[in-house]
Design a protein. Sequence first.
Length: 326
Amino acid sequence: MKALQIVGKDQYSIIETAVPDVKDFEILVEIQIVSTCPRWDINMLGGVNMFDYSLTPEYPLQYGFPGHEMAGVVKAIGSGIRKFKVGDRVAALEHNGDAPGAYAQYVCFREEDLLKLPDSIAYKQAVSFELLKCVMIGMLQLGDLKGKSILISGLGPAGILAVQMAKLWGASHVVGIDLNQERIQFVNDLGLVEAKLASDLTDEKFDLGYDCVGAAPSVQNLFNFVEEHIVIFGVLRGELKYADHLWFKGFKLESYKYRGLVQRDHDLLIDLVANKGLNMECIQTYHGSFVNYHEAVQLLREQKAIKVYFYPQEDFEETAVSGESL
């Protein structure tokens, strides 16, 4: 099979390797579609550690990495597998540590790391369920959204999913903010929620805040408009100063808290997309080729793409990157 391997800063190769052997508690998936996770792709190809910008990744990376958002079909199962069978359509919910990534034609997953897809959810809708899962875990930390107003900072892939989730879960007023006017226009054109420049907020107040940027100024700005509770979904960079006007309010500032999933989480994810109509396909704005992976990453750097997606059974051949401009 073919796979992409990042071998150094701004260096990658298309390699031939064996289809993975399936262990007792593993599931072999033939990957039909895989999507970028912009910050991972930008950093891993750009020579920057994801969590400590002063460090360099250890090259070469495991083949297929950092690809981890994928959807595909089960081709083989180990002897310990009970919940899946050959032919099931699945999406990834987790990447298993140092295992090979999903920029490959086949990958083995643990049973708990896959979500079984109903026929009503197309692969292009399903490819970023891993991101939706992460956004959902943070959103659940805010409690019941019904009747609440919420301000969401950052309209990258996570923010675009977050504004929809908040609306579908009953928030009374949802506003998304960003610094990029093209991204704001993109969200407004989709008719998802109201989106505006962060500088256009004046004296508005919101019950809740959800930060999808991670930069300290983004969170600090939310302090000016949020009255009750903020969850930081993005990986925080920089220091925050607790605002004086929040004193005596019982205001809550909370970091994202990773946890494992239970069946209710699986049900909520499927319900959001299959029943409530959350649009996941809208964040897949460019179709790329692994041969031209550097071009796909450059589109992410320049914010000309929200996400770039690939079809691993086809896209290890020379093709042009294509898609809609923001």
